[in-house]
Design a protein around this ligand. Sequence first.
Ligand code: SD4
Length: 312
Amino acid sequence: NVRKPIVLSTWYNQGTSANAKAWEVLSANGRALDAVEQGVKVTESEIGNCCVGLGANPDRDGIVTLDASIMDEFSNCGSVASLEQIEHPISVARLVMEKTPHVMLVGQGAQKFAVENGFALQGLDLSPGAEKRYKEWLKESKYHPVMNIERGDGKDAAAPPVLKSGEFNHDTIGMIALDAQGNLSGACTTSGMAYKMRGRIGDSPIIGAGLYVDNEVGAATATGTGEEVIRICGSHLVVEFMRQGYSPEIACKKAVERIMRKSSKDLKDLQVGFLAINKYGDFGAYAIHDQFDYAVYSHEHANRKFMSKHIL
Ligand code: SD4
C-alpha cells in the first residue's frame, strides 16, 4: 500500500508553488526526476526569494553565488557550487549528472559549462530586496546567521516576530518526490547563508549532506546551517536510519540529535531541519527548533502545510 505519487518541499511559503509545478509532472505519470527539477526551477525564478536563485541574498562581497544538487532513482547525481549569474543552477546540476563524467562542478568552471550548454549569463545586479538588505547588513558587517526570523533574532524564543513582508532568512528548497512508478528523486537549491564568506559552500550541493536518494530505501534533504549538516553527512544518515527500519520522522530526529551532540555551537542559535520520505510514501521531518514547516502534495494532500516536530 504505497502512497504515490507524492512530493514534499522544505518551507511551506515557497514550497507550494514549486510543489504545484512538480505535481503537474507527477500526476501525468512523469518521472520524479523531472518533477523535482521543474518544481525547484519555479523557486529559482522567484526574484523576491531571499535564499534561492539570483534574486537572493549575496555573499559578504555582494555577489550571489548559488549551490544546487540533484539525485535520481539510479543513484546518479550531479551538483554545482558557487555558481554565479545563472538562473537555474538545478538544471546545470542535472546536466553535470547526465552529460559529464563528474558529479560536481564549481565556480568559474561550472559557469563555463553552463554557458557552453546554452544557459544565458545574467547580470550581477542584486534584486531590489537583496540590495536593500545587503546595504543594511554592510553597516555592521557582522556575520551572525539568524536562526528563524519568524521568532525574532533567534536569541529570544519569546520575542515577537520581526518578519517583514517578503523577508525570510531561510527558504533553501529541498524537494523530494516519489513518482507513480515508485521511483524516488530529489533536488536542493540555494544561495546559501546570507553574507557568507566568498567561496563558502554549504551542505546543499554536497551529495549525502543536503540531499540523498536511495531508491531501495528513501530520500532526504536538509535545511539550516549547512556546516552542521555536512559534518554528520546528514541526508545520507537519515536514509541509512530509514534502511535500519526507522520511520522517516524518527530517522530525521536521530540525525538532528546527532548534530546536537556533535555541535560546538550554542544550540539556542542553531537551526537544522531534515525532511524525509521512504519507499512507501511515508514522510516526516524533524528540526532542532520550531517553525520549520514543509509543503506536501499528493492525491491525499493538495499542497498541505505540515509543521516539523522539533527538539528544543
Ligand atoms: C546552507 N543549508 O547553505 C543552506 C542554507 C539553508 O535555508 O538551508 N537555508 O547552509
